[in-house]
Design a protein around this ligand. Structure first.
Ligand code: HEM
Length: 386
């Protein structure tokens, strides 16, 4: 097997088993992806709903649906960021030699993420404000979506560049500043498109969830449910196509190894099966009234599908790196069990606090929505009584 120039590992051994880091990485990354997909898809849906809904004479429910989503997007962004930090730490511990290198090689773009993130975040607040006042916000929403989509592109680039040590030296020769974003990897674009398509799919499931879990009026709830179902149905099919493209774009050696490992095979077929379940639930949402049962089944299936997808993605990384001489399972490990126990206890407490925060946010939203823009409420009931 050809050996590639990975930097030497840190002389300090890993303080916990690789499997533990992996479990934590997969779980937290799946949560990061759920929030991320809601943001990516939600933003563009808000833009379209507001474009049509803020016009003179347009049905009020369009902008009301946009408002229900837009006012939650800044909160979704906090989850995107905070749930991105843990997997970043776990990934760096396991794959630092590859990930540090690729991050530095596209350093200028990697740092630009912080600036773009701040602009997108600011735009999210502006969009929520303007949609609430039924003013045009679609251009701002579109701008935020472009920033977020481009950040996603930079992430896809970095997480594929870390798998290509053969390109590192050439890239450094092109720009020591890290100003060149490599475009030559056939796996980067399908990976990015899988995330973008997944954005509409998960945002559709989110709309179905909001149809019963927010204080949307009956009319707006029914609209969110049916529209969410339609968007999710199409987007899940597109995501499956993009996911298959990711598989096809892998080198033969990677495909073979993936196919011979039961865990990744089960994860791959599990992802396809769960996506089929999600498509069936989306179809139900189109024809049925909103129901908490449908809302929660969609949310649970989306989370499980995300876990399966993250496992497949993890398999592609391990198998690719293994074909280049980097075996993550061969790291030196000296487990420090007392630290691991304290960490796990704090992790569980953290999850509890997160759940509590979510419940507080949901309760405050319910009150907020009742008080919210009384003109909306009266105009909406007038429209319903027509
Ligand atoms: C709007 C902001 C963000 C967007 C659009 C975004 C997008 C993405 C995308 C598309 C991927 C998957 C790339 C691929 O595999 O092809 C990803 C992975 C990841 N993101 Fe985010 N991200 C955002 C914010 C963050 C933040 C703020 C952090 C951390 C502080 C973060 C940490 C991570 C990590 C650690 C991974 C991959 C971990 C692994 O491979 O194990 N992300 N992100």
């Amino acid at each position: 097997m050809q050996q590639y120039p990975f930097p030497s590992p840190d002389p300090i051994p890993l303080p916990a088993p690789v499997w533990l880091f992996k479990v934590l990485n997969v779980v937290t990354l799946a949560l990061h992806f759920v929030a991320l997909e809601i943001l990516i898809g939600g933003l563009l849906i808000v833009a379209v709903l507001n474009y049509f809904g803020a016009r003179e004479g347009a049905s009020l429910r369009l902008n009301q649906a946009a408002h229900l989503m837009a006012r939650r997007l800044p909160i979704v962004m906090t989850y995107v960021i905070n749930l991105g930090v843990p997997p970043l730490l776990f990934t760096q511990v396991m794959y630092g030699q590859a990930l540090y290198t690729s991050s530095i090689l596209i350093g200028l773009w990697w740092f630009s993420v912080i600036v773009m993130l701040m602009i997108a975040y600011w735009l999210l607040y502006k969009v929520a404000e303007r949609v609430e006042a039924r003013r045009n916000a679609w251009l701002m929403a579109l701008g935020a979506w472009l920033f977020v989509g481009f950040i996603a592109r930079i992430y896809s680039t970095n997480f594929t560049l870390m798998l290509r040590p053969e390109d590192w030296q050439g890239l450094y020769e092109q720009s020591a500043l890290g100003a060149v974003l490599p475009m030559n990897d056939p796996t980067t674009t399908p990976r990015w498109l899988t995330m973008l398509a997944g954005g509409f799919a998960v945002a559709g499931v989110w709309m179905i969830w909001l149809s019963t879990m927010s204080k949307a009026s009956e009319d707006v709830g029914a609209y969110l449910n049916a529209l969410g179902g339609k968007i999710a149905l199409v987007a899940f099919a597109l995501q499956l196509g993009a996911g298959y493209w990711v598989y096809l774009a892998q080198p033969d050696a990677v495909k073979e190894r993936l196919g011979s490992q039961t865990f990744y095979l089960v994860s791959g077929y599990g992802w396809v099966a769960l996506t089929a379940v999600l498509m069936a639930l989306s179809a139900l949402a189109i024809v049925k009234k909103p129901s908490p049962m449908l809302s929660w089944s969609g949310a649970a299936a989306a989370l499980l599908a995300m876990l399966a997808m993250v496992n497949c993605r993890d398999g592609i990384r391990d198998v690719t790196l293994l074909s280049k001489g980097f075996d993550v399972w061969e790291r030196n490990i000296v487990t420090n069990w007392s630290v691991v126990a304290i960490f796990l206890a704090l992790f569980v407490v953290g999850l509890g606090v997160l759940g509590w925060l979510i419940s507080v946010v949901m309760r405050s939203k319910e009150e907020g929505e009742l008080k919210l823009n009384p003109s909306f409420a009266t105009e909406s009931s007038k429209e319903m009584n027509k």
